[in-house]
Unconditional design. Structure first.
Length: 238
């Protein structure tokens, strides 16, 4: 370990929190450690699973070296953010962008000083709360090594996006590549494109009014934004 801030994360069903300890090297070669800052937060009114709260606490200190006792968090930090809904997608992506794999370390729950935020402690054990666990004062080679259990993922993150098998896809194979680039194109421009493509396909040149083509372009964009739909009307929109 190097001279740095060391963060610790804890969570419960009704709250979550983190504690940061300041650790520095003394002139005699030993280390000293004190509590720098700690904060606990009440869980959101909309109930979140314990791993979700854990991930939220990790986001607040992901730029520091931090320790956590959750196998779920350690496993999910390597998962693609696209597999989660927005709440977790933002947090997983931020952690992966700002944190190296070496910065997040596993710690057993009985060695986690931040657990005081959730469970409280006796007066006799406050020394660990103020000065951190004893191994923070040791050299790196003397500190304990806690191994992760690859099969012990614990609770699953409840906001993972599940595949939908009963939905109908309305994505057109010939236009999917084109439509992926038109998010910033105005509807008038798309209407002109539709006018040209329709006029070249029709054997009889039958021109539509421009307002009708504007409406068609809007429907086309709506169908692109709703690739998976349970039912469609005559024009392919809910």
């Amino acid at each position: 370990m190097r001279n740095a801030l060391s963060g610790w994360i804890t969570r419960g069903e009704k709250a979550y929190g983190s504690a940061i300890f300041l650790r520095w090297k003394l002139t005699d070669g030993s280390y000293s450690c004190i509590l720098h800052v700690a904060k606990a937060f009440v869980a959101p009114l909309k109930k979140k699973s314990v791993p979700c709260l854990e991930l939220t606490g990790s986001t607040r200190i992901c730029k520091k070296e931090f320790w956590i006792h959750s196998q779920t968090m350690l496993t999910r930090r390597k998962t693609s953010p696209r597999k989660f809904k927005l709440f977790l997608l933002v947090r997983v992506a931020e952690i992966q962008e700002t944190m190296s794999s070496e910065a997040c370390k596993y710690i057993r729950s009985d060695h986690n000083p931040a657990d005081v935020l959730m469970r409280g402690t006796r007066l006799q054990k406050l020394k660990t709360w103020y000065e951190g666990p004893p191994f923070l004062k040791c050299l790196e080679e003397e500190s304990p090594k806690f191994k992760e259990n690859p099969n012990g993922c614990g609770e699953e993150l409840s906001e993972e996006i599940k595949p939908l098998n009963n939905f109908q896809s309305c994505e057109h194979p010939k236009t999917s590549r084109l439509l992926s680039y038109i998010n910033g194109v105005k509807r008038k421009t798309l209407a002109n494109v539709l006018r040209f493509t329709n006029s070249t396909r029709l054997k009889v040149k039958k021109r539509h009014h421009f307002t009708e083509e504007l409406r068609e372009s809007k429907l086309w964009l709506l169908k692109w934004n709703k690739k998976l739909i349970p039912a469609s009307d005559e024009q392919g929109v809910l």
